[in-house]
Design a protein around this ligand. Structure first.
Ligand SMILES: *Cc1c(COP(=O)(O)O)cnc(C)c1O
Length: 433
């Protein structure tokens, strides 16, 4: 079987995510036959370093033997069971572990099966908890430039025009408050002033503030100081507004701590996890919340006070086995400490891009490294050019417009990191001078 044979069959029947299919008339989709560690391999033996962790999910490499084994073991006893009225050992254990790992006070786990669905769960829960307390609060605040997923509710509270604008008539109401414009404390302070003004004006309507802690992902890897989170949480408490932390991308060690909220010393009212939760193996997401929220729903049966939300695959046993295996790796291998070495290697690699005329800024947060270029005309499609150039060199990156970022699995070596940044440098030399 050749790459071309699979790509052709693919083009006849598939419609790929976030893709203009016509682009692939001239640049074929790449069929992957197998993955191992940080490498993906096509049907003709060409290897690619997966430097974006397959859309930010894969934290311990492909075909990781310890995760593989735990899934196989689980498969022998139970693949899936309805989670209403039933439970299984894997999900109980996973929930116990998450409660221990998460910031103090997050004591309840509600599961869904992807990031966007978990966002929908948190929005509904927040609104409903206020309602159970006799308040009608139906407005959500998010940060400018934020991304929280693409189902309608999640899309509504996000602020990336490219994804959102077309669907505007279908969306629920939300307002945005400015994201700090850089990683300084001053920028955080300014953004907090704007947020407090909004709260003064509208807090009686506002259910929650939702943020991507420390790093805004799909909006272009915008990074800000933890001080913003610490103080925004204080303001939320003062004004009776929930604080929702969307750690779908930043959770599980990506920013240098297990959860980004730790760096701000806060416990959000809702913590949302997905992507890295199963090591990038199987779809699973969780909304963690507090006893305070949980108790507003806890009562003698009353359909209007109960949280009537469900997904068929909620709490899938194979996905939970993958998640438990992922947490085992965190426990056994001192991952957060090892990542500190990798992050400083990444910082060194980024330095070589400082001062290039086409580079606007380099920035980093933990295991996310960014080289932002000065604005190119969108018609140039600079990101696509760099993506293709790097693929030619066996490196998978997917720039967000003129924002080039590297977000590798944590099992990458320093030598492999150098290969990734060499490819990016070569792309800039070819396409930006
Ligand atoms: C990926 C992502 C989502 C959406 O998750 P899906 O599983 O793709 O639906 C939401 N929020 C953030 C911050 C994300 O990175």
């Amino acid at each position: 079987m050749t790459n071309a044979m699979i790509s052709q069959r693919d083009r006849d029947v598939l419609w790929h995510p976030c893709t203009q299919m016509k682009d692939h008339e001239t640049f074929p989709i790449i069929p992957i036959a197998r993955g191992r560690g940080i490498y993906l391999e096509d049907f003709e033996g060409k290897k690619y370093i997966d430097a974006i962790s397959s859309w930010w999910v894969n934290i311990f490499g492909h075909a990781n033997s310890s995760i593989n084994n735990k899934i196989k073991e689980q498969l022998e006893s139970l693949e899936h069971v309805i989670l209403a009225g039933f439970t299984h050992e894997g999900i109980v254990r996973l929930s116990e572990r998450l409660v221990v790992l998460a910031p103090d006070g997050l004591s309840r786990c509600f599961y869904a099966d992807n990031g966007s669905s978990a966002i929908e769960v948190a929005l509904k829960m927040s609104y409903h908890a206020h309602k159970n307390n006799g308040a009608n609060k139906a407005l959500f605040v998010s940060l400018s430039n934020s991304y929280h997923g693409e189902t309608l509710g999640a899309l509504s509270i996000g602020d990336v025009a490219l994804y959102k604008e077309t669907y505007e008539p279908l969306l629920i109401r939300s307002v945005q408050t400015p994201v700090p414009h850089n990683q300084s404390i001053e920028a955080a302070g300014k953004a907090l002033e704007a947020f407090e003004l909004l709260l003064k004006e509208k807090s009686n309507e506002i259910a929650a503030l939702i943020v991507e802690p420390l790093v805004q992902g799909a909006g272009g890897m915008v990074m800000y100081h933890p001080y913003f989170l610490t103080q925004a949480k204080v303001l939320c408490e003062r004004y009776g507004v929930h604080f929702i932390a969307d750690e779908i991308m930043v959770g599980f060690g990506r920013t240098g701590s297990m959860f980004a909220c730790e760096q701000a010393g806060i416990t959000p009212d809702f913590l949302i996890l997905s992507k890295g939760l199963t090591g990038g193996y199987l779809p699973l997401s969780v909304v963690m919340t507090t006893d305070t929220v949980y108790n507003t729903f806890y009562c003698d049966y009353d359909p209007y006070r109960s949280f009537l939300h469900s997904h068929s695959y909620t709490g899938n046993a194979l996905a939970c086995a993958a998640a438990n295996a992922t947490l085992d790796i965190f426990e056994n291998q001192n991952v957060i400490e090892v990542n500190k070495l990798l992050s400083s290697a990444m910082a060194k690699e980024l330095l070589r891009f400082q001062g290039r005329t086409e580079v606007k800024e380099i920035r980093q947060c933990g295991m996310i490294g960014v080289i932002e270029l000065h604005g190119f005309d969108p018609s140039v499609r600079i990101g696509v050019k760099i993506h293709r150039h790097c693929l030619g060199l066996g490196v998978l990156i997917r720039p967000l417009g003129s924002v080039i970022y590297v977000m590798p699995p944590y099992v990458i070596t320093q030598i492999e990191l150098t290969i990734v940044f060499d490819a990016i440098e070569s792309a800039l030399n070819e396409h930006c001078v």
